[in-house]
Design a protein around this ligand. Structure first.
Ligand code: KIV
Length: 289
């Protein structure tokens, strides 16, 4: 990825997209996998805000405005209460903050399951409001008809199989899937059905590694793993997880930073300086000329 241009890292997007920069496209992501081989793995991270998108953008191929923002940003107990409005607002911010990555926005629970038409209405609302390039929805074979309906009407779709967090109440928790033959077969079948329906990529979440490998080998489109396998065609993590924002570190997360400690230390120093009147200092004050 070229870094010879400079990004506008102000909070305003008054400046145009830097000249050498062109946003990746959905077909370009799909074509990364040729004859079952992905020479350059697809890099995806979640993003929920404009500034976060600015910082992640040049390092990623895709930014996912995940409905995990329910827990990560809003402190909700699951992704179930997340609304279309929340997703549209955060997706619009991420699109404003990015120039390069394909922005994918999650369809929240209840916005797409009832019928292909309901899914089209929700997906078109999300894309019109945000300018994101694609939507992601959870569910396998049962969602294949809906995926086909959307794709045929101009809406690129990323599928999501294995552990599907919106189904937490049916699954009974967030444990890795595919621990028996029937489940394993279903996950691979789900991936095949979504790919045949026109999904341009499929997130494979929380499955035993051999199943992730089997699913990746069974489909023409790229798989994006999370708690899956390094042999998937790409990887995604929740950015706050990999930055070390939370105390709990699920097995599939690798920490690449310790942002919680950085924030806490900064807040501790700030509060001590306010209390001791060391802040603001001369450098932070305006004096009469
Ligand atoms: O909502 C989300 O962040 C996701 C990823 C974990 C794949 O769906």
């Amino acid at each position: 990825m070229s870094t010879t241009f400079s990004l506008d890292t102000s909070t305003s997007r008054a400046n145009p997209t830097p000249a050498p920069m062109r946003r990746l496209t959905v077909p370009a992501i799909r074509e990364r996998k040729q004859d079952g081989v992905t020479a350059e793995p697809i890099v995806m991270l979640t993003a929920y805000t404009a500034r976060q998108a600015q910082l992640l953008d040049t390092h990623c191929d895709m930014l996912l405005v995940g409905d995990s923002l329910g827990q990560v940003i809003y402190g909700l107990p699951s992704t179930i209460p997340v609304t279309l409005e929340m997703m549209a607002n955060h997706a619009a911010a991420v699109v404003r903050g990015s120039y390069h990555s394909v922005v994918v926005v999650d369809m929240p629970f209840g916005s797409y399951e009832a019928s292909p038409q309901a899914a089209f209405d929700s997906a078109s609302y999300l894309l019109k409001r945000s300018n994101a390039a694609a939507v992601k929805l959870e569910g396998g074979e049962a969602m294949a008809e809906t995926v086909e309906f959307l794709v045929k009407r101009g809406i690129p779709v990323v599928g999501h199989v294995g552990l599907t967090p919106q189904a937490v109440n049916v699954l009974g928790g967030y444990k890795a899937r595919g621990r028996n033959d029937a489940e394993a077969e279903k996950i691979v079948g789900d991936a095949k059905a979504l790919c045949a329906a026109g999904a341009f990529a499929i997130v494979v979440e929380g499955v035993l590694e051999p199943i992730a490998i089997a699913a990746t080998q069974a489909v023409d489109c790229p798989t994006i793993g999370i708690g899956a396998s390094a042999q998937c065609d790409g990887q995604v993590l929740v950015t706050e997880d990999m930055l070390g924002m939370f105390e709990r570190v699920p097995r599939f997360v690798k920490r690449y930073g310790n942002i919680a400690e950085t924030i806490e230390k900064a807040a501790e120093t700030y509060s001590a300086e306010v209390r001791s009147r060391a802040f603001p200092g001369d450098d932070q004050l305006y004096q009469p000329k």
